[in-house]
Ligand binder design. Structure first.
Ligand SMILES: [Zn+2]
Length: 324
């Protein structure tokens, strides 16, 4: 690819296959030889940047970086470092879903060589063979320690477990933050990327739902939403009970709060509060949630979205029509 093509591609991460692109001569050099070579390259980079490598603080940097590349960050490139995935018979677990959640993922984005940090959730349905939970952590770690693309990492974890367990029924969800997205360009510190790979029975909607329920992505979201809803409901009930003066949670328009210049302006009958805007936003959000069920043909969350839409809608219109 030419430089201008790379420029044009910009920050978009291109998709790729499940195999890490390695050259045939990838392991001709020993680890020690690679460290020597990389050390020189890092020295070049820092020198080009204008750093004074004779400074005490910087002297050891090229070697430290080279060692961490070969022995830690990218140690998963070397098949010799792959953990042995020994499985054992456990017929009691036959047909049971086994889930290992919140496996810490430290990886490196191969497009920018910046960290990817997040969590992996891995599940399989046993065909009689089971694997130690620590092995699942180790296989995640092994594939994470490569220059990676999150989609490929997800696929590689699933495929190696499918092979080890002798079943297609393996799934993996990774939720991770990419420093290349978070620290550069748009500097969107909140965004994270979720990738998933569902094999065998996990392609079935109910099985997948069971797995997602396990990893509680849904329940975290649900409890936050319920918290909001409860908070507002209490405020509304208090309002109906006449405790208007205590009505701090969902502040209403109050003519006495207006500065003199606004008084008597008949066109401004009500003032939108931050809460009302929030309630309206949430109402629209859950309306969209209901609408999105149609193209996805997945109505599992429909009642939940409907309930919250009605809840926030009620609170919003109550706020809107309440008199100070
Ligand atoms: Zn990147």
């Amino acid at each position: 690819m030419k430089n201008d093509q790379i420029e044009e591609m910009g920050e978009d991460h291109i998709g790729t296959s499940a195999t890490t692109p390695l050259r045939a001569d990838a392991f001709d050099l020993t680890d020690a030889e690679k460290i020597e070579k990389i050390q020189e390259s890092v020295r070049d980079i820092l020198t080009t940047l204008g750093m004074d490598l004779t400074d005490d603080s910087l002297q050891g940097t090229p070697r430290r970086v080279a060692k961490s590349f070969v022995n830690e960050l990218f140690s998963g490139l070397n098949p010799a470092n792959k953990p042995k995935l020994s499985t054992f018979d456990n017929t009691y677990k036959y047909g049971e879903m086994l889930v290992e959640k919140n496996i810490i993922v430290y990886s490196t984005c191969e497009h920018h060589l910046l960290p990817i940090v997040g969590r992996a959730h891995v599940a399989y349905i046993s065909k009689g063979r089971v694997i130690g939970l620590s092995k699942m952590n180790r296989i995640v770690d092994f594939f994470a320690k490569r220059p990676q693309v999150q989609e490929r990492l997800t696929m590689q974890i699933v495929q190696s477990l499918q092979k080890a367990l002798g079943t297609e029924d393996v799934a993996c969800v990774i939720d991770a933050k990419h420093l290349c997205v978070n620290s550069r360009g748009v500097r969107d510190i909140e965004s994270s990327t979720v990738t998933s790979e569902f094999g065998g029975k996990f392609k079935d909607k109910d099985v997948r739902r069971e797995f997602i329920d396990y990893i509680k992505l849904f329940f975290t979201f649900f409890s936050v939403a319920m918290g909001f809803s409860l908070h507002n409901s209490v405020a509304v009930i208090e309002g109906h009970m006449g405790k208007r003066s205590d009505f701090v949670r969902t502040p209403k328009f109050n003519i006495n709060n207006l500065t003199d210049s606004w008084k008597g302006n008949k066109y401004i009958a009500k003032k939108l509060s931050v809460n009302m805007i929030l309630e309206f936003g949430l109402m629209i959000y859950f309306l969209f949630g209901m609408y999105s069920a149609i193209p996805l043909n997945d109505f599992g969350l429909f009642p939940f979205h409907l309930m919250l839409f009605l809840g926030f809608g009620f609170v919003f219109f109550n706020s809107l029509t309440a008199r100070a």
